[in-house]
Structure formats: structure tokens, C-alpha cells
Design a protein around this ligand. Structure first.
Ligand code: ADP
Ligand code: MG
Length: 153
């Protein structure tokens, strides 16, 4: 298994990890962002999107469910399924078509769409560690593995 663990002592460290991950993004990649409320999922996604060169506001998709960015020749979709009451809402919303070979999908709260949201290439688990955070990257596919290798090197 290709995994990597990063200590993130402060928000700047989370932003650095996001910038590293941004370098490793390629079309077709699906990344799950897992962890409790406040663990830093949106902060990490925002850092990735900013590092790609997007200069506008990067909002949490908690209410809109998805925010779309076209940046650095990528279609990037940032989802947050926290508010789903059942996984089928994923299908009802027609989100399946967003997951294709041309797009990068970052998914917060994927478990709320379990069985409906496509499998990830990479899982990123963020955990509180006192006032700091820890990020655990776990590759699920070969594409995810190359993403972890690029980020960890
Ligand atoms: P989530 O999307 O997981 O609910 P957010 O990214 O919205 O979490 O919020 C994370 C909070 O934690 C923000 O207030 C952010 O400033 C802070 N934070 C992010 N990374 C770190 C870190 N490495 N250490 C301490 N605080 C952090
Ligand atoms: Mg969030």
C-alpha cells in the first residue's frame, strides 16, 4: 500500500501540503477528504485550488454541495455531501456525470454518498492532534499512488 503521513502543526503547513498536492493533480483523479468537522478538509481543498492559480474566493460547498473551478487547464469539482440525508441524493442531483476522465473531483464527506459516489484514487484523512492536525494519505489506485509519491518526495 502506498501511504504517507504528514504532521501539520499549523494552518500554513496545511496550505503547504495543499500546494504539493496541487502539483500532483491530473485529469480523472478522485480524492476523498475525510475527517471530523474542523479537521481542515476545506482548508486543504482551498489551498490546492489556490495553488493551481485560482484567485477568486474558494467557498466551502456545504450549502451549494458543489463548487466548480476551471483553472490551470483542469475542471475541478469540490463537493461536500455533509448535508445529504441519504446517499441516493448523489444520484438525484446528477453528480455522477461530474466524475469523468477530464475532471478532478475533491469530495468532503464521501461516506454520506456511500455506494453512489465513485471510488477514490486517493483518500486523505485529516485528524485533530491537539491544536494541530495530521494528514494520512492512502492511495487506492495507481494514479493515486503516483500522487502520493509526488507529494511525499
Ligand atoms: P473542515 O472542512 O474539515 O470542516 P475547515 O477547513 O473548514 O474544516 O476548518 C479547519 C479549521 O482548522 C480552520 O479554522 C483552519 O484555520 C484550522 N486549521 C487548518 N489546518 C490547521 C492546522 N494544521 N493546524 C491548526 N489549525 C488548522
Ligand atoms: Mg469543510
Amino acid at each position: 500500500d502506498v501511504t504517507a503521513v504528514f504532521d501539520l502543526p499549523d494552518e500554513a503547513a496545511t496550505q503547504c501540503l495543499g500546494a504539493e498536492l496541487a502539483q500532483a493533480l491530473q485529469p480523472g483523479l478522485v480524492i476523498y477528504l475525510e475527517g471530523d468537522l474542523g479537521a481542515g478538509k476545506t482548508t486543504l481543498a482551498r489551498a490546492m485550488i489556490r495553488a493551481l492559480g485560482y484567485s477568486g474566493p474558494v467557498k466551502s460547498p456545504t450549502y451549494a454541495l458543489v463548487e466548480v473551478y476551471v483553472v490551470s487547464s483542469l475542471y475541478l469539482y469540490h463537493f461536500d455531501f455533509y448535508r445529504f440525508e441519504s446517499p441516493e441524493e448523489f444520484l438525484d442531483a446528477g453528480f455522477g456525470e461530474y466524475f469523468n476522465d477530464a475532471s478532478v473531483c475533491l469530495v468532503e464527506w464521501p461516506d454520506k454518498a456511500a455506494g453512489c459516489v465513485p471510488a477514490p484514487d486517493l483518500r486523505i484523512l485529516l485528524r485533530h492532534a491537539g491544536g494541530a492536525r495530521v494528514a494520512e494519505l492512502a492511495a487506492i489506485s495507481e494514479r493515486g499512488a503516483s500522487c502520493v509519491r509526488t507529494t511525499a518526495s
